[in-house]
Design a protein around this ligand. Structure first.
Ligand SMILES: [Zn+2]
Length: 98
């Protein structure tokens, strides 16, 4: 893995963790607020934070599916049944003399 890709993945992971921690903190600190009732902005933001936390639960499942697909693709590409064309005229360096 290239260094740039590694740094990018670390930054993305840290951003995701920060968003998750701030969402939890916001939910915990504002669950007991003075709600004016209808059209409360705090309630709307609480709902958005809870939705973010619940939607992030799907990420491990998607990561597992991506890993399975990557492993399957590598195994399939290494086998002889690969769809890759291995013997082309260009790869064999055939010189066409007209
Ligand atoms: Zn409210």
């Amino acid at each position: 893995m290239k260094t740039r890709d590694r740094v990018f993945s670390i930054v993305c992971t840290l951003a995701l963790l920060v968003c998750l921690l701030f969402s939890y903190e916001y939910v915990v600190s504002n669950t007991q607020h003075d709600c004016p009732g209808k059209d409360c902005t705090v309630c709307v933001q609480l709902e958005a934070a809870v939705h973010f936390i619940s939607s992030i639960k799907i990420l491990p499942m998607l990561s597992f599916i991506a890993i399975v697909l990557c492993v399957f693709t590598r195994i399939y590409a290494a086998s002889e049944r690969s769809a890759c064309v291995r013997n082309t005229l260009v790869l064999l360096k055939v010189e066409l003399l007209n």
